[in-house]
Design a protein around this ligand. Sequence first.
Ligand code: HAM
Length: 423
Amino acid sequence: MSFKVPRGTQDILPSESWKWQQVESILREVCEIYRYKEIRTPIFEQTELFQRTVGDTTDIVTKEMYTFMDRGNRSMTLRPEGTAPVVRSFVENKMFGYPDQPVKLYYQGPMFRYERQQAGRYRQFVQFGVEAIGSADPAIDAEVISLAMEVYKRAGLKDIKLVLNSLGDAESRNAHREALVAHFTPSIGELCKDCQSRLEKNPLRILDCKVDREHPLMATAPSLTDYLNEESKVYFDQVKNYLAAIDIVYELDPNLVRGLDYYNHTAFEIMSTSDGFGAITTLCGGGRYNGLAEEIGGPSAPGIGYAMSIERLLLALEAEGKSFKQGPELDVYIVTLDEAAHRKGFNVLNELRSAGVRADMDYMDRKMKAQMKSADRFNAKIVIIIGEDEVNEQVVQLKNMTEGTQEKVEDANLIAKIKEQME
Ligand code: HAM
């Protein structure tokens, strides 16, 4: 019997994981610059948390959740996204009482959605996201968008565009909802079963139906933009002004509705415009979710956030033909020529490591030539060579690979010498 990685998941092998680490360090740096602090929530939550917040007519909740009964007969779900868990934690831990509001949080970790696998779409993917909870200042909407753009900029992506929309407040959405019902009701029979049930429960979701995407009724559907009330328009204008003030360019897209129910006011996505990128061009998405904290039993705490998958960022880099630079893996590689040399080499190795030097040696009893090749592959700056003479004389040969020099160094002076050469 042989085993395979489950469909829609992937192993991140050492040849790739260093790139993930590079992205992760960019993310941490940007979060520090913007003063977002890390939060870690569990991988699974009560199923109802997602039903109530993401919405029980959304694709995520109806088709994509990994839900199971635990041994105590409680329905649990592997988190399909990070916002609901973070807001749950905000409420549960009474973060609304923290002296510094809004509370600015970031998270990173695996999310799970039972989706059809394709390039850029996985069943387990790693999302990085931020949530700023507690403020309804339009400037913070611009801050979150600016943070998202900054991440891509630092990663080196150029072919991206920001798409923006406003979903308005509850009053605007209700007016739009009524218009949608009036628009779709006469011909609802032409749409799929899911859409038919969405008509009553949540007609906005009809607009992101994957089955009926091309139906003519979609193109002529009333646009939310036309139903924004004055307050929502003013709010949206302020967000746009803040973005313009910091030179963030955007496109308006009245059809950007997002696939989760908790949004209102600002909604945005950043897309890849690179030719090399596959069918899915969205790199990240986010928006405002005033009312979400109340929905799960908390006080009023307006919030905004966004999330991106690291997988799609790496794919976008590849599509643009960019890659991170991988620095040398090792400072020192030790080559040994016989058994006594191997024993001495092992001691030297441990001394080097204790001194904080990145070092390794051969454990496969290979010939000198093969060991030198490894040193080369690891890009070691220094190679230490130990043979019979070196053991007897209590010295080593120290070869500086960048300068092409070789010298004999006494054991007692080795660490100092290596440190000197590494400067
Ligand atoms: P979302 O649009 O469902 O929003 O997902 C956000 C991002 O997660 C996507 O733009 C994409 O980068 C990544 N993503 C989603 N599904 C997959 C998948 N199957 N495979 C690979 N990547 C995927 C949310 O999740 C919201 N919680 C975002 C948010 C945070 N809104 C406010 N705060």
